[in-house]
Design a protein around this ligand. Structure first.
Ligand SMILES: [Fe+2]
Ligand SMILES: [Fe+2]
Length: 169
């Protein structure tokens, strides 16, 4: 696995469907079908990329990497879908989501519990620690490090893509 492979996984994540990636949708398709997750489409994550696209890329990349390294890809795909589950635009200034970078993993855990009824410890830890090292406590599980990596890779790629688009507009 090299940088090119990671880039290809990211590019592929933008076009996945139950037909092309049935196994991923077996793992996380029920979550992606909920109104709560679908509603994330209305929020800008990075410029032209909405949050639904972002969480789908992060979940898919985490899933592929976990499969590759024989880790728990089911839990990771699902935690990836819910890692940024909060219902506001983080670009807007609002007292309720002050210090967004530090606090939104906690909001996402709460919302994931509401969405699923309950979540297991590993899922909770993956979501709660995904902003490491901005938040100082690292993830407890290898799968959590994978989601941290995928989140940063996807966010950086989204920002670079938006920057390039702006230049050519
Ligand atoms: Fe996040
Ligand atoms: Fe994220």
């Amino acid at each position: 696995m090299n940088f090119q492979d990671i880039k290809e996984i990211y590019n592929h994540s933008l076009n996945i469907t139950p037909e092309t990636d049935g196994d991923f949708f077996e793992c996380a398709g029920d979550l992606l079908e909920t109104d709560e997750i679908k509603s994330l489409e209305q929020y800008v994550q990075h410029d032209t990329i909405n949050r639904l696209q972002h969480i789908t890329s992060v979940a898919y990349m985490s899933y592929v990497l976990c499969k590759k390294f024989s880790l728990d890809y089911l839990v990771t795909a699902r935690a990836g879908v819910m890692h940024d589950l909060f219902y506001y635009d983080w670009h807007e200034k609002h007292g309720g989501h002050r210090l967004h970078g530090y606090r939104h993993p906690g909001f996402a855990v709460k919302n994931a519990k509401e969405l699923c009824g309950s979540i297991d410890r590993k899922t909770e830890n993956i979501i709660k620690r995904h902003m490491w090292p901005l938040t100082p406590t690292p993830p407890k599980y290898k799968e959590g490090f994978i989601v941290c990596f995928a989140d940063k890779y996807c966010a950086a790629t989204e920002l670079i893509t938006c920057h390039k688009n702006k230049k050519t507009r």
